[in-house]
Design a protein around this ligand. Structure first.
Ligand code: SF4
Ligand code: SF4
Length: 344
């Protein structure tokens, strides 16, 4: 069913929803941006429609709700452990189509990958109902259309913010009941069909070409430009890597908690192993690993889509102005060169 509600009416519906649901959406944090006079937009609980940022892309993705940057997994003593507790309240998350597609990519990693389900992700994921924020124009770093991530039909509710009103399309019958007194409207969401950036995703035809691409000099540029800060992966809608740390409460080391924290494949030491072994010691090697993971390896493993959803957040957050789309274009050119040399 479709409805049109003023912000005032929507806030009354929010009040009722809050009796049962936690509501998350992109929200502005004034003065908390990269520079002293800038804001940041990131996910948090919202109580009113006015708190939701509709007219900007959030700096950080919706994944932060489901996979927080830092969380306690379990508490332990010398002879027992207890899993951390988690609310059982259902969650409504306002997400753009790219973030919804990113969530589905993350589900492949966290839920059942290799026969293992991450229960900390699962217990969050099973509480979620998606509120899709219509997105028809995008921003200058977006390339969701090229990645096939510009559409998402599996929402509980879709919303368009228009002149102080919300137009809503509701597929979930339980949520539909909250709009019983709202005026009906004929609304279905539109999707963006063309971004400013159009990216041709290169196909790597075989292992020989892949090996030559890995050895190609194009990656050397990043030894000079990338400072290995990890900002790109923290802002990435689809990255899932984390590290774990034991926080010890007492000197005897037998009581404490295990936390997991978002990790970045771009940071030196990410691939360190016991025994002093390490891999990908240069920024160029780490960049190559990240880019190939997003635009080749994930698809090769799961046989459906590339992992990247084209949200462009990595480009927006990089302090060295390294653009993921420019990097993929360079990769395409390198593959063309390799193929041409093989055909000669
Ligand atoms: S690699 Fe960049 S554009 Fe792709 S999903 Fe991650 S942050 Fe978005
Ligand atoms: S944000 Fe930029 S400089 Fe930092 S690790 Fe990523 S690509 Fe390198």
């Amino acid at each position: 069913m479709g409805y049109k509600v003023s912000f005032e009416q929507a806030n009354k519906i929010f009040d009722k929803l809050w009796d049962k649901y936690d509501i998350y959406a992109p929200k502005r944090f004034e003065g908390r941006g990269r520079y002293s006079d800038t804001d940041i937009v990131r996910y948090d609980k919202v109580n009113t429609v006015e708190e939701i940022v509709f007219d900007e892309k959030s700096d950080y993705p919706a994944k932060e709700v489901l996979a927080p940057i830092s969380q306690t997994l379990f508490y332990f003593t010398e002879d027992e452990y207890r899993e951390s507790k988690c609310s059982t309240r259902p969650i409504l998350i306002f997400m753009r189509p790219c973030d919804i597609n990113a969530m589905h990519h993350q589900e492949k990693i966290y839920l059942g990958n290799g026969g293992y389900t991450d229960l900390y992700y699962e217990r969050m994921n099973e509480r979620v109902k998606i509120v899709m924020m219509e997105c028809t124009e995008g921003w200058d770093t977006c390339f969701c259309v090229s990645m096939g991530a510009n559409k998402a039909e599996d929402y509980a509710v879709a919303v368009r913010c228009e002149n102080g009103n919300l137009l809503v399309d509701i597929k979930d019958s339980e949520l539909d009941a909250y709009f019983a007194e709202a005026p009906a409207a004929d609304f279905k969401p539109d999707y963006i069909e063309k971004n400013e950036i159009e990216l041709q995703i290169p196909e790597i035809p075989n292992r020989e070409v892949l090996a030559k691409l890995k050895a190609h000099p194009m990656w050397e540029e990043y030894n000079k430009r990338c400072i290995s800060c990890g900002s790109c992966t923290v802002a990435c809608s689809t990255c899932t890597c984390f590290t774990t740390t034991d926080i010890i409460y007492h000197e005897n080391g037998e009581a404490g908690e295990r936390k997991r924290t978002t990790a970045s494949c771009q940071i030196k030491g990410f691939a360190d192993m016991a025994g002093g072994h390490t891999f990908r010691t240069t920024a160029a090697e780490r960049m190559r690993y990240k880019v190939l993971h997003k635009f080749h390896d994930y698809k090769a493993r799961f046989k459906d889509y590339h992992m990247c959803v084209g949200c462009g957040r990595c480009t927006s957050r990089c302090p060295e102005f390294i653009s993921i789309t420019a990097t993929v274009n360079k990769m395409s050119k390198a593959i063309d060169e390799i193929m041409a040399s093989e055909n000669n």
